[in-house]
Design a binder for this molecule. Structure first.
Ligand code: BGC
Ligand code: MG
Length: 539
């Protein structure tokens, strides 16, 4: 990758705010928009803040909350639990004053079953909105039209006794799939994008795009011969989703979204898609070329399923970087609200190493709230469970509550998150991770994130310089980032053992260690890395 074209996202660093758990300003136990407005200092580049510059807000639209906001009953209203539309406008205004951009979630694949569109659609077979959703007759024996499964467990079809047809839901039964083949649906959803763009948002994260297009023949999905519940406890994966997702019109639907969003200048559009699962080695290239716009990209989510080994990480990162064209923006996320916490996946000892990696890669990094504090997955008592994913698949460990608990602000009651009862319990060891604790410790993980972000801001090579990796040791991931002015070598020890490395690349000034202790200031051809240590060397 050469220097990417200039845009207002040139040096973007995204912070994902799972809004229910960020800060509760009114004591109802649920985080809200005002809670974000009041804490922009924590996020931005104030003299003590983290220093991110782009916020991605998970859905705050009107919703019955069956899937905590990913079931939208009105796309252009704010749910009262999060505040009002005026609060949102104020947030955008204040964020912009703090030089921060705001991305919002766009959920095109499905609405809530409480959405007025679906209420009309199910009211009768000849309602004009019937074809806004996907309805189908039962088989002769009354069973669902095919074997498709919904991702939360069970059939993807729900019977409607009144109109005697099934409707399709790739997620919960409370989340009926929209019929994107219907131009009226396309037009209505374009209006939603226009509505938020007019309000001044800086872009969108598009939810679950791969399901937007299905095989119109509704053919059965084949069984995955390699499936075993030990490998993946979610039985959704016992099928190969050849017909139920990534259908023939997916690129066209993504283009509709992309063209609408980019009719506003300089908006960023990120698709939640998984090209690396598309069984095609050039899948990323295909994806980027299909949407062909410098500010449209899929997430790279491969870190979420890669084992913490230098080889697995260098392999997917090298492959991905090679697949990209000069204008393509890589967007690396190492965590999100749907998967186990970064520090739980890599182990708390490696959390600083993972931070250095994420924040020194090309493109736009995405930090999931709380990962900057090393939050780990919580154990949620049975009576406090919230996520329907867990409730539909009890005990197999695929619920998402563990990674969604409130951000620990202080060491006081409820970790300073809320004056009421938090919707999910506070982390058990929250005092170790709290912002209060970490602000008082110069070697905290929070402080490492902060230093890395400052460096990224200062040295342009981290934003847009070239990337090249080098094999120097099986447990060490080593790469060089360079532009015409400077170059830096990053070396990351993925193991919990000390490692001695020697290479001509390793010559220069050590500008940061994940240990944050300046033990070595200069290297000349070799370095001793402590367990999990990462170093940035300015050549
Ligand atoms: C979101 C999930 C959500 C699902 C359905 C996703 O991929 O990230 O949190 O449950 O889409 O909207
Ligand atoms: Mg609240």
């Amino acid at each position: 990758m050469k220097d990417a074209p200039q845009s207002k996202f040139q040096n973007a660093v995204i912070y994902e705010i799972y809004i229910r758990s960020f800060y509760d300003s009114n004591g109802d136990g649920v985080g809200d928009i005002k809670g974000i407005i009041d804490h922009l200092d924590y996020l931005g580049g104030s003299d003590w803040g983290l220093g991110v510059n782009t916020l991605w807000l998970t859905p705050f639209y009107k919703s019955p909350m069956a899937d905590f906001g990913y079931d939208v009953s009105d796309y252009c209203e704010v749910d009262p639990i999060f505040g009002s539309l005026d609060d949102f406008k104020k947030l955008v205004h204040k964020a912009h004053q703090h030089n921060m951009k705001v991305l919002v979630d766009f959920i095109p694949n499905h609405t809530s079953d409480q959405h007025a569109w679906f209420q009309s659609s199910k009211s009768s077979r000849d309602n004009p909105k019937r074809s806004w959703y996907i309805w189908s007759d039962p088989k002769a024996d009354g069973s669902p039209p095919n074997n498709w499964k919904n991702i939360f467990g069970g059939s993807a079809w729900e019977w409607d006794a009144i109109t005697e047809q099934y409707y399709l839901h790739s997620f919960l039964a409370q989340q009926p799939d929209l019929n994107w083949s219907n131009p009226e649906v396309q037009a209505a959803m374009k209006q939603v994008l226009v509505f938020w763009s007019e309000l001044g948002v800086d872009g969108f994260r598009v939810d679950a795009v791969e399901w937007m297009s299905k095989d119109p023949s509704l053919a059965d999905d084949p069984l995955d011969p390699e499936y075993s519940p030990d490998k993946n406890p979610n039985s959704y994966h016992s099928l190969l989703h050849h017909h139920s997702k990534r259908g023939p019109d997916l690129s066209e639907f993504m283009k509709i979204i992309s063209e609408t969003v980019h009719s506003y200048p300089d908006q960023l559009l990120i698709f939640e898609a998984h090209p690396h699962y598309w069984n095609d080695t050039r899948a990323y290239t295909t994806f980027y070329r299909n949407v062909n716009s410098p500010l449209t990209a899929p997430f790279n989510l491969e870190a979420l399923s890669s084992s913490w080994q230098a080889e697995s990480f260098s392999k997917f990162i090298d492959g991905f970087q090679e697949a990209l064209d000069d204008i393509d923006v890589p967007i690396y996320a190492f965590g999100n609200h749907d998967c186990s916490r970064l520090a739980s996946r890599v182990g708390p000892g490696a959390a600083p190493t993972a931070a250095m990696l994420l924040l020194t890669l090309p493109g736009i990094p995405v930090i999931y709230y709380g990962d900057e504090l090393g939050m780990t997955d919580s154990t949620i008592p049975q009576d406090k469970l919230q996520d329907q994913f867990e409730k539909n698949n009890p005990g197999v460990g695929i619920g998402r509550d563990p990674e969604r608990v409130p951000l620990p602000w202080t060491n006081g009651p409820n970790a300073g998150f809320s004056s009421g009862t938090p919707w999910l319990p506070i982390e058990e060891n929250y005092q170790d991770h709290s912002i209060e604790t970490q602000l008082a410790d110069e070697t905290s993980l929070f402080n490492l994130y902060r230093q890395l972000l400052q460096l990224r801001d200062k040295l342009q090579l981290f934003q847009s310089g070239s990337y090249q990796s080098f094999d120097i040791h099986p447990d060490v991931f080593c790469y060089k980032r360079a532009n015409t002015e400077h170059s830096c070598v990053v070396i990351l020890n993925f193991s919990d053992q000390a490692i001695q490395v020697s290479n001509d690349l390793l010559k220069g000034q050590v500008i940061l260690s994940t240990y944050q202790d300046n033990r070595v200031s200069q290297v000349d051809g070799s370095a001793e890395l402590r367990p999990h240590e990462g170093l940035i060397i300015q050549v």
